[in-house]
Design a protein around this ligand. Structure first.
Ligand code: F0G
Length: 470
């Protein structure tokens, strides 16, 4: 079987062939629609984007097995290997392309994304983020991070090094391109800050008016500054992210504004590329674990689905286990997991990691499905654990925003609980940039103010001694 390298299609015509499907009741709707919830209330998924044979396409039902979480059929092993190898070759060829959508670390994986016309693509060469080796087994000072969590082979995938400083750009390039394809007149989101900053930038590039609903007083300064500077209209909502989310869904529905939260399946399609890219960076040798912070659960769903998909089509031999980390007091997903998935109750969220201060996650059901299918785990970490982990990442010269550090705090907790074994390989996703949220950074030691000459020298000497002691 042959997988042609995909040229970008003719936009709306190719999207018209796609459907949104409801995992709960089986209903479906055209994927060019602007409603992302089924009439039964469940958020829609985008139908299978898998290239390669399926019973419907090949008529070989008996030779296919059912896929674990996605429900779509698997090709036979030999076909998986061939599909995987062909795709790897396409992805490899695009490395080093300098211009056009193929230069993007999202659109590099276009065979696994919705088919869109090149002319509608709104891209800033997003993705292409570094994978930093920080395991205890590495040479150099970064090994202190691996030693802190007790893992020999540890990598930090720094999604904060995207154009607007967070992983949101990956989903935003896809969903904004769809907005242009279907000729949306305006775009909107609710946000704890990063989605808003990303939407504001991509909407500006697409020439679309942007509305961002932000919980008043709860968004970090750097993110707010981005949204304002990129020209979005701010709607300040009294309450928290969950209140803002409810409001924007209602307003978008009534006014026909295209919603760009992760309830939009095209956002999740783009975020899947975090997984494809990290696997490519590891030479398609999957790690044992992928660990990430969790709030609205869009990223958990997207990355989990992508890891399963990668194994299903033979890009990797086996999907890694996924660990989704919440902040204590913003942890409804963890509470449900700890109760054996018997129940799910939203909470009033309260964590200093403002990006994940979310109590009613939209993607609960799909996130649960991928945790179960990857034999994954959910954990919660306290704000103190988050800030201790952040200090390690910052001091190594890498840096990240508080919510991102929940991933490293989670690795540490899972290692000390014996769930992650010291010999296993781990990729932790850093979701946002250090400069996003600097309000919580305090100097550990500083020479006294207003000192000059010898006094200043002595103060600096004393400071260096204190640093040496650490
Ligand atoms: N890390 C960062 C830095 C985030 O901004 C977010 C979510 C998450 C982790 C959690 O990802 O929601 O997919 O589980 N930020 C959203 C926003 C809610 O509005 O920027 P999730």
């Amino acid at each position: 079987m042959r997988i042609e390298s995909r040229e970008m299609g003719n936009g709306a015509a190719s999207l018209a062939a796609l459907r949104f499907v409801c995992a709960s009741c089986g209903a479906s709707a055209p994927a060019t629609g602007t409603r992302f919830r089924c009439a039964c209330g469940t958020p829609f998924d985008l139908e299978d984007l898998t290239p390669g044979p399926s019973p419907a396409r090949s008529g070989e039902d008996s030779q296919h097995r059912a896929g674990p979480a996605s429900g779509f059929p698997l090709p036979r092993i030999e076909e998986q290997v061939r599909v995987g190898a062909t795709l790897q070759a396409h992805f490899h060829k695009r490395l080093g392309v300098a211009l056009g959508s193929a230069a993007s670390g999202v659109w590099r994986y276009r065979e696994l994304l919705p088919p869109l016309a090149e002319t509608f693509i709104v891209s800033r060469q997003e993705g292409n983020t570094p994978l930093y080796p920080v395991g205890a087994g590495e040479p150099g000072a970064w090994r202190a991070i691996g030693a802190y969590v007790g893992v020999e082979r540890l990598y930090l995938k720094h999604e904060g090094e995207n154009p607007t400083g967070s992983f949101k750009d990956r989903g935003m390039t896809v969903a904004t391109s769809v907005a242009r394809t279907i000729d949306a007149q305006a775009v909107a989101c609710a946000s704890t800050g990063n989605t808003a900053a990303s939407l504001a930038a991509y909407a500006a590039q697409a020439g679309l008016p942007a509305l961002v609903f932000l919980p008043a007083g709860k968004v970090a300064g750097g993110k707010l500054a981005q949204s304002i500077a990129y020209g979005a209209r701010l709607v300040s909502v009294s309450g928290d992210f969950d209140d803002a989310m409810r409001q924007v869904e209602a307003v978008a529905d009534q006014l026909g504004i295209y919603l760009l939260n992760s309830i939009n399946p095209y956002r999740l399609a783009g975020q899947r590329t975090i997984a494809y890219e990290l696997l490519q960076q590891l030479g398609w040798q999957a790690p044992d674990w992928v660990v990430l912070p969790a709030g609205n659960l869009g990223n958990t769903s997207a990355i989990g689905a992508a890891l399963l998909h990668a194994a299903e089509i033979g890009l990797i031999a086996q999907a890694p286990r996924l660990a989704s980390i919440q902040a204590t007091n913003a942890d409804p997903f963890y509470q449900s997991y700890a109760a054996g998935w018997q129940s799910f109750s939203p909470v009033r969220a309260h964590t200093r990691a403002s990006a994940i201060n979310i109590g009613a996650p939209v993607s609960y059901a799909r996130a649960r499905a991928v945790i179960e299918a990857t034999n994954g785990v959910v954990a919660e970490v306290s704000d103190d654990e988050i800030f201790a982990a952040k200090a390690r990442i910052d001091r190594a010269g890498i840096g990240c925003e508080p919510a991102s550090a929940a991933a490293l705090a989670g690795v540490r907790q899972l290692t000390s609980a014996g769930i992650i074994a010291p010999g296993e390989s781990v990729v932790a996703i850093l979701t946002g940039h250090l400069l996003k949220d600097t309000e919580q950074i305090t100097p550990e030691v500083s020479p006294g103010e207003n000192q000059q000459g010898d006094d200043l020298l002595r103060a600096i000497e004393a400071t260096l001694r204190k640093l040496d002691d650490k």
